[in-house]
Ligand binder design. Structure first.
Ligand SMILES: *[C@@H]1O[C@H](CO)[C@@H](O)[C@H](O)[C@H]1NC(C)=O
Ligand SMILES: *[C@@H]1O[C@H](CO)[C@@H](O)[C@H](O)[C@H]1NC(C)=O
Ligand SMILES: *[C@@H]1O[C@H](CO)[C@@H](O)[C@H](O)[C@H]1NC(C)=O
Length: 418
């Protein structure tokens, strides 16, 4: 008899004891499910109240169709893809099958039928097969050799390919080209946004997304805070502030390698989209000619944030100074918002949809699962936050005296084609 004398002597006894201990632990760890109390009733109510909004209704309960919004995406086969076809199919179903906003999509003739099959009934989808590869769009055509040289310098060259660089760098052109093409056909939109085709990864309740009323509100606020007119503002979500040493950054130092901007979603009014495409490719070509690495659009976007801070408005999930910051708890800053990279999706939806998304995420975080039930989950409802301007983010990071660096690259009147 040693220190183990309180353990049951038989194997069956030990197994039973282990099960009892595990069950007790489970009961203690997840009070919402087994024990009674106020938490349990809220959780149950949340589980029962999950429903699909028939339509994305505005704050006034009327259908939001005051402003016309277009989403633009592209889908090209990649030799070195990080994701499987099955994954893409699931994401496309969540995007094309459920988002009711008009969509314009660039792809190859071979992929057209497969993609069209995912689009929900009676929903608008324009497919454009003008380019069989993003390397063929006018601003990138003929740059393959330069891209191959650039690939050799990439610190992540093993997971990147020149086709992937082209997929990223083609976004400003595609967004602008889609708006122009529909305008020629007589369809004018108030706002258009680039949206990565694979960005709706999980089940969601977004329908008429982004909410036109919310977009209008963001633009009104953005214009007020920046002094830039509505038609010149560009929206990009952001991830984290750049490092403080970038306060010394100047134009001739090239793209900024940081997880600052998020290129999954961006846009504005047609005028801003045209400006963005011209500016993006002017700097792309400028830096490429000096053999800087411009394979990742994110690093180029970061540089343009510093050069033109007054043009950009954003939402920052990780903002340490957000007034919406939830006080208690040691989970994330804004509660259970599922994948934080896509927080802008939640933020750009209307009040009713936000509630439906919170219900969905709380249900998902509290439901019992065989694998992972022991891990702590953030069960605070996802908080809404404010819009911030890039100028404000940069002033907070670099100091109030920071001034945007001098701009010497000339922006042409049209996107230059080779
Ligand atoms: C909702 O109501 C407010 C106040 O009555 C009004 O200013 C706003 O334009 C309405 N929004 C929509 C989308 O109808
Ligand atoms: C699509 O439109 C047709 C004809 O207007 C209509 O009968 C059908 O119910 C619609 N389907 C959906 C899912 O709205
Ligand atoms: C549900 O939770 C799992 C595990 O945390 C996560 O992987 C998944 O994305 C969540 N689903 C939704 C709809 O957020």
């Amino acid at each position: 008899m040693g220190p183990l004398r309180y353990l049951p002597p038989t194997l069956r006894g030990k197994v039973t004891l282990a099960i009892v201990v595990a069950l007790l632990y489970y009961i203690m760890a997840t009070p919402t499910f087994i024990l009674g109390g106020s938490n349990s009733t809220t959780a149950q109510r949340e589980r029962l109240s999950i429903q699909r909004p028939e339509d994305d209704l505005g704050r006034n309960g009327t259908l939001e169709d005051s402003k016309r919004i277009l989403l633009v995406s592209a889908m090209f086969p990649l030799r070195k893809s990080k994701h499987s076809t099955a994954e893409y199919d699931r994401w496309l179903r969540h995007y094309l099958g459920e988002i009711t906003t008009d969509i314009y999509l660039f792809t190859t003739p071979a992929m057209e039928a497969r993609i069209r099959a995912f689009r929900g009934e009676n929903l608008t989808l324009t497919i454009d097969t003008t380019y069989s590869s993003p390397l063929e769009i006018p601003p990138l055509k003929g740059k393959e050799t330069q891209y191959k040289k650039m690939h050799a310098k990439d610190r992540e060259s093993s997971i990147h390919s020149i086709e992937l660089y082209a997929v990223w760098n083609a976004k400003p052109f595609f967004l602008d080209a889609a708006v122009r093409s529909l305008e020629r056909q007589g369809s004018k939109y108030d706002f258009a946004f680039w949206n990565d085709a694979g960005s709706f990864r999980e089940e969601h309740r977004y329908r008429q997304w982004p909410s036109p009323a919310k977009v209008q509100e963001v633009w009104d606020e953005g214009s007020r805070l920046t002094g830039t007119s509505h038609e010149d503002l560009v929206f990009f979500p952001m991830w984290s502030a750049p490092h403080g040493f970038n306060a010394q950054w100047t134009e001739n130092m090239g793209p900024i390698d940081a997880e600052f901007s998020e290129g999954s979603f961006f846009g504005g009014q047609p005028n801003a989209i045209d400006w963005w495409a011209r500016t993006f490719y002017a700097y792309h070509d400028h830096y490429l000619s000096y053999e800087f690495f411009v394979g990742k659009d994110q690093t180029l976007i970061n540089a343009l944030f510093l050069l033109y801070p007054e043009r950009f408005i954003t939402v920052w999930y990780n903002d340490p100074h957000t007034p919406a910051r939830l006080a208690e708890g040691d989970g994330s800053l804004l509660g259970q918002c599922s994948n934080e990279w896509f927080y802008y999706q939640f933020w750009l939806s209307n009040t009713k949809t936000k509630e439906a998304m919170r219900d969905l995420w709380i249900y998902n975080a509290t439901k019992w699962r065989i694998w992972g039930w022991w891990r702590p989950k953030d069960t605070r409802r996802c908080a809404d936050t404010r819009m911030v301007t890039i100028k404000d983010v940069l002033r907070r990071t670099f100091g109030d005296n920071w001034k945007p660096p001098l701009r010497r690259v000339e922006i042409p009147e049209r996107v230059d084609a080779e």
